[in-house]
Design a binder for this molecule. Structure first.
Ligand SMILES: [Zn+2]
Length: 165
């Protein structure tokens, strides 16, 4: 994770994941047998120039969450933190997606994850039509983009980034 991660997202433009964010998420990798799943929300900003969006912040696990080896329940505290970040940045920093960890090398989403993401796309409040979903695996993290249109939601893998030694 030596640099920012830039992905060209169809119908949106260049989305930049800041290096510091990726480094911070990597710290939650489930490398030991007893490490539990972690998760939270992604916070970013829509840009007027130099790309479409920058994703540079996140919420870490909260005491009100429920964490287990293969499960993570995200409590409402995350929403409150995002609202606070939104206020403090005068409306620039906003909720742009979700992240969580998996105890597998190269992560894939579960049926439950998919339902959670679709629910987020349909029911949560956010700017625009896109949300990003990161799963942090042991050797790489993967990112999916979800698009909400009038009739359906579409979720597609947009990138994978391997962790260095
Ligand atoms: Zn999952």
């Amino acid at each position: 994770m030596q640099s920012d991660w830039s992905i060209d997202v169809p119908n949106l433009g260049e989305v930049i994941f800041r290096q510091e964010l990726l480094k911070s998420l990597a710290k939650f990798r489930q490398l030991d047998a007893c490490d539990k799943e972690s998760g939270g929300v992604l916070i970013g900003k829509y840009l007027n120039s130099g790309g479409a969006m920058q994703i540079d912040d996140f919420t870490p696990p909260q005491p009100t969450d429920k964490q287990s080896r293969c499960g993570f329940y995200r409590s409402a505290t995350h929403n409150r933190i995002v609202t606070q970040a939104w206020r403090e940045s005068e409306g620039h920093a906003t909720y742009v997606g979700l992240w969580h960890t998996h105890p597998e090398s190269n992560p894939n989403y579960s049926l439950l994850d998919r339902r959670d993401w679709e629910k987020a796309l349909k029911e949560s409040r956010y700017e625009g039509q896109h949300l990003f979903f990161i799963i942090v695996g042991q050797q790489s993290l993967r990112c999916w983009v979800g698009v909400n249109s009038k009739k359906e939601t579409k979720i597609s893998l947009i990138g994978e980034r391997h962790f260095g030694k």
